[in-house]
Design a protein around this ligand. Structure first.
Ligand code: MLT
Length: 270
């Protein structure tokens, strides 16, 4: 059995080398670093652990929303460089603003709960919505363009699939409010980084906060480095002591159940 986080790729030589491998368990939800069909061809089960880090991911999205709304990293940077930049940073409150979720699954709904607690109005786009759960929260499902037109903050909570690659690109940034802020703590590749850079340079949208990138680690000299209306963190969504304990326990229990009793709980490559 092999347990991985998001930066270890399970593909190519690694799969060919170990003919005894029976199960791969990502300690988290994302599986885009695992060559699922190759594992299937070799009879290797891939099971994720989708719940243990979900709250940490949701909290990180909310943290990015606060940080972007109040320029926390930019103000910190000025202050440690000796500048008391009180007049430079005029933020916005989250209360009373509309949060548009792209993806209203487990993590998206946790973000919705927290945002509602902060006094935000939450709307969502999701092609396969859990209507009952969203009705209970009071979250309306809209089509993507209507969501982009109405949202002050847009936060992605989707996997990277063919259908979600660059779901946020130039066309979508043009629909968004000029005052809107984009948050992505889901998967890189869902946002077209070239189009986002241009939208931020042109003032098409007000800001962005990203935890995930098309290429990770983010290479030196990336166009984002020249922007002052973007906040970046290095894929930290699941990086809390709490989440890592929980996903480790989930992964270990799932592996034990599979190896001892052939019980498969969350297979993603069947
Ligand atoms: C996840 O997919 O759950 C996270 O990205 C995994 C991680 O960063 O550990």
């Amino acid at each position: 059995a092999v347990i991985v986080r998001s930066s270890t790729n399970i593909e190519g030589e690694l799969l060919n080398a170990d003919q005894k491998l029976k199960i791969v368990v990502p300690a988290g939800i994302g599986v885009d670093n695992i060559y699922l069909s190759a594992c299937k061809d070799k009879g290797i089960v891939v099971e994720n652990t989708p719940f243990g880090n979900a709250n940490s991911a949701a909290e990180h999205a909310v943290a990015l929303m606060f940080a972007a709304a109040r320029f926390v990293p930019q103000a910190h940077e000025k202050l440690i460089n000796g500048e008391w930049a009180k007049k430079l940073f005029m933020g916005v409150e989250l209360k009373g603003k509309t949060l548009g979720l792209i993806g209203a699954g487990n993590i998206g709904r946790l973000v919705a709960q927290k945002a509602i607690g902060l006094g935000m109005n939450v709307i969502a786009y999701d092609p396969y919505p859990n209507q009952k759960a969203l009705d209970e929260l009071g979250v309306n499902i809209l089509d993507l363009n209507d969501l982009l037109r109405g949202a002050d903050f847009v936060s992605l909570h989707i996997p990277l699939l063919d259908s979600t690659k660059h779901i946020m690109g130039q066309e979508q940034f043009e629909i968004m409010k000029e005052t809107a802020i984009l948050i992505n703590a889901s998967r890189g590749g869902t946002v077209d980084e070239g189009a986002l850079t241009q939208a931020l340079i042109d003032g098409r949208i007000a800001g962005a906060a990203l935890d995930v990138f098309e290429e990770e680690p983010l290479g030196a000299g990336h166009a984002f480095e020249d922007l002052n209306n973007i906040i970046l963190t290095p894929h930290l969504g699941a990086s809390t002591h709490d989440a890592q304990i929980q996903v480790a326990v989930d992964a270990a229990e799932q592996i034990e159940a599979f190896l001892k009793d052939e019980i498969i709980k969350n297979q993603v490559n069947s």
